[in-house]
Design a protein around this ligand. Structure first.
Ligand SMILES: Nc1ncnc2c1ncn2[C@@H]1O[C@H](COP(=O)(O)OP(=O)(O)OP(=O)(O)O)[C@@H](O)[C@H]1O
Ligand SMILES: [Mg+2]
Length: 503
């Protein structure tokens, strides 16, 4: 067939303790979006890293436009028309946007870097893609989503024929996702092949032409997106029918635990926010990207500087000036950008699990209770079905979703009075989400309070007792759940209209 752009045949890849890929094949047609789906640890990123020259496959063949290729490194892949945007951004944060785009291939004349050309070329690509970022901006000052866009622009700047996007939308808001989809459609019209990895079912069905599903390092099926349904994808991914998406709720809401009064942030979009959270209650925070939903959590936790506001925990006024103080006061927070703030890549899973609450494991003096550490780590691995050879595996070698689970387990183990969760199931597959919801609800059943920010409305409606809606940095209103007579659709509509109140 002449319209085949990329063919990967029988790719096998074994790591010291895991067979990550066993004979996986993938065929991408010209001018199409090919989705790659599968549970955390199924082998999606590994397959793409073999294509991109990061890993060398043990066996198998790769053909690009009919020609056999084997890239020895990413630079080689880029030069030959294959680009990849990674699941975990890996950028030079102290450098500018255009530095990041041209790193390793600066336009030069007589050995001198042509700054002006770099700037104008970057600007041209940004204009073409409608990205509103000044190429001179220093990366560290930008939001995760803007940095993601820079990464995508970089792939485009290589005029790649095949572009791999590994969970590109996990940190994008609704508007940015639409923007990305416009870019993808443009690339598709130009004849590119896009390989799109995501756990977001709705997106997959909307944007892709073909869908390949993997499970445990094997190819399970490739089908036309138009012939697939969500239920069928889940069944192929998980290998069984998933009847319930949310666990039953048994938490009992008690007295007021945390009182937040007139909370404002000095340098962020949080303006006079007041609310209460009760013992045993799970409160959701909804809102559009940029509404201040993340910032509310960060201000409570002391990550952002308060301008005003009063926090009272069980009748006692507290300040939470910084995260250390917040943790001492019984708070824990799972941040949105876990790679920067949560993962200790060179440590193993046990160390990453226990690091936030070493005092829990302290015996006499400086000795740590190794047995308890290992027991807790095993709980974490079991409760969230973390896919790993053993608990001494370096966290860096886990799949993206499994890294997330380790970090979440760490915070759950601290048994905080108030648990703050920012997008707790981002990057986590459908099957494992259920387990995470269950753990959140178990914490509530023990009388603890949970506040969770999520951009997935079904998730908020399935797990929370009520939902606060943020809009333009202010609290726009509250939506009660569990009242009879209202459908999910009605509730979603109410949330949406509140979210638009101050924008
Ligand atoms: N460098 C490595 N060393 C050892 N094992 C690895 C390495 N990279 C990946 N693995 C293992 O290979 C398997 C597949 O991982 P991969 O990252 O490809 O999963 P994935 O499908 O991308 O999952 P996710 O949805 O969580 O991102 C996992 O069991 C993972 O732990
Ligand atoms: Mg991955």
């Amino acid at each position: 067939m002449q319209d085949i752009l990329l063919e990967m045949k029988n790719i096998t890849k074994e790591f010291p303790s895991v067979k990550a890929l066993s004979g996986v094949s993938l065929t991408v047609r010209k001018g199409t979006v090919h989705a790659l789906m599968g549970e955390n640890g199924a082998g999606k990123s590994t397959l793409m890293k073999c294509l991109f020259g990061i890993y060398s496959e043990d066996s198998g063949e790769i053909y690009l436009e009919g020609k056999r290729v084997k890239f020895s490194n990413p630079a080689d892949a880029l030069e030959n028309g294959v680009a990849m945007v990674h699941q975990e951004l890996n950028q030079a944060l102290k450098r500018s946007v255009s530095d990041n785009i041209w790193l390793g291939r600066y336009p030069t004349r007589f050995g001198i870097t042509l700054e002006g050309k770099m700037y104008s070329e970057t600007k041209k690509i940004f204009e073409e893609l409608d990205i509103k970022v000044d190429p001179r901006t220093i990366m560290s000052t930008m939001s995760v989503s803007d940095r993601q866009m820079v990464e995508i622009a970089k792939a485009v700047s290589y005029n790649a024929k095949v572009i791999v996007l590994d969970e590109p939308t996990s940190s994008l808001n609704e508007r940015e996702v639409e923007h990305l989809f416009r870019i993808i459609n443009k690339l598709r019209d130009n004849g590119c092949g896009i390989i799109y990895i995501s756990h977001k079912m709705e997106e997959i069905l909307r944007i892709s032409d073909d869908v390949t599903i993997m499970r445990d390092g094997k190819h399970i099926a490739t089908e036309k997106a138009s012939e697939l349904t969500m239920d069928r994808i889940i069944k192929l991914m998980v290998g069984r029918e998933l009847t319930e998406r949310f666990p039953p709720k048994h938490n009992k809401v008690g007295d007021v635990a945390l009182k937040v009064e007139d909370l404002s942030a000095r340098y962020a979009n949080v303006d006079g926010v007041s609310f209460e959270v009760r013992e045993g209650e799970v409160v959701g925070i909804a809102g559009l990207g940029g509404s201040g939903r993340t910032e509310v959590l960060e201000t409570i936790f002391g990550l952002l500087t308060k301008k005003s506001g009063k926090l009272t925990l069980k009748g006692k006024v507290i300040t939470n000036k910084n995260p250390r103080e917040a943790i001492a006061n019984g708070f824990a927070m799972l941040t949105e950008e876990r790679r920067a703030t949560g993962i200790f890549g060179i440590l193993d899973i046990t160390e990453n699990t226990v690091i936030s609450n070493l005092s829990r494991y302290r015996l006499a003096g400086l000795f740590l209770n190794k047995r308890k550490m290992h027991k807790d780590t095993e709980w974490s691995i079991g409760a969230m079905r973390i896919k790993t050879p053993n608990k001494n595996t370096k966290i860096r070698s886990l799949s993206g979703g499994n890294q997330q689970k380790v970090i979440l387990g760490r915070w759950l183990l601290t048994e905080p009075e108030v648990l703050l969760l920012d997008e707790p199931t981002r990057g986590i597959d459908v099957g494992a989400k259920y387990e995470i919801y269950q753990l959140i609800l178990e914490l509530a059943e023990k009388g603890k309070s949970v506040i969770m920010v999520s951009s997935e409305m079904p998730e908020l409606m399935g797990v929370c007792d009520r939902i606060l809606v943020m809009s333009g940095g202010r609290l726009a209103g509250e939506v009660k759940l569990g009242e009879d007579g209202r459908s999910g659709g009605d509730i979603q509509e109410e949330i949406m209209s509140l979210a638009a109140k101050y924008v």
